[in-house]
Design a protein around this ligand. Structure first.
Ligand code: ADP
Ligand code: ADP
Length: 220
């Protein structure tokens, strides 16, 4: 369970304070697949970043699987993220100088997992996303949909319980987008990943079990 209680978030730019989230409370049950929609600037990415431990709230509490992540120190939070959250972005964020399998191994470089085991896990993750045949390809040799599937393999290689996706289909054509959405659905249903996905795509939202709408920093 992800439990956000009375969350405030204010950004400071010089003297200017921009209040982005206002007393937002939200419970996301373990194992759900949720879409977060709303106008640009309504605070979707901010909310996603908070529940992924990438940023801290200005007020309120965030409890994930019984742990208050808003009370962790920076280094504890970094450790918590590495163990518990997989990140999927609109623009894939693959390193162009690394092959698909090397990109997928990256999160494991921060762990004590030995090289041979890293490779084995990366291969398994690539098999799960259906890209065993493209393991040694570089990002520029892959289609957008394939790049996103490599990014998804990278997100699951550490076996996190939570996947946060910020516009995962935003740069893809309809067919590739649908393929990525089917994959997310499989990860949710079969591997029991909790998935929270920011999206503007109504087709993507339809795949999710629950759709939440943000308006001006509060749930609509
Ligand atoms: P959405 O994802 O719904 O488009 P965001 O969470 O990205 O919304 O942004 C909400 C508001 O917060 C916007 O007005 C944006 O300009 C502002 N904002 C986001 N990140 C920062 C930041 N790091 N510093 C200052 N303002 C920010
Ligand atoms: P194998 O199935 O070959 O024993 P592992 O269990 O080592 O593979 O998993 C390798 C990687 O593939 C994991 O780190 C994980 O990201 C992904 N994976 C495999 N099985 C699962 C699973 N049941 N749930 C989530 N991720 C899995």
């Amino acid at each position: 369970m992800i439990k956000l209680s009375a969350i405030d978030k204010t950004y400071y730019r010089g003297d200017e304070a921009v209040k982005v989230l206002h007393g937002l409370s939200l419970d996301i049950p373990t194992g759900s697949f949720e879409a977060l929609m709303g106008p640009s600037g309504s605070g979707k990415s901010t909310l996603l970043n908070l529940m992924a431990g990438l940023d801290r709230p200005s007020g309120g509490s965030i409890e994930i699987a019984g742990q208050r992540i808003d009370q962790l120190s920076e280094s504890q939070l970094a450790r918590w993220r590495a163990d518990n959250v997989g990140f999927i972005f609109q623009s894939y964020n693959l390193l162009p100088v690394l092959s698909a399998v090397e990109n997928v191994e990256l999160p494991l470089l921060l762990t004590a997992v030995p090289a041979r085991e890293r490779r084995r896990r990366a291969e398994t993750a690539l098999r799960i996303v259906g890209l065993s045949e493209r393991m040694h390809h570089y990002p520029r040799q892959l289609s957008g949909g394939q790049e996103q599937r490599v990014a998804i393999a990278r997100a699951i290689v550490n076996d996190p319980k939570l996947l946060v996706c910020d516009e995962p289909t935003g740069d893809l054509d309809r067919n590739s987008a649908d393929e990525v959405l089917r994959l997310l659905e499989t990860l949710n249903k079969e591997l029991h990943k909790t998935i929270v996905m920011v999206t503007h795509d109504p087709v993507a939202a339809e795949r999710a079990g629950i759709v939440r709408r943000l308006e001006k920093g509060a749930l609509a």
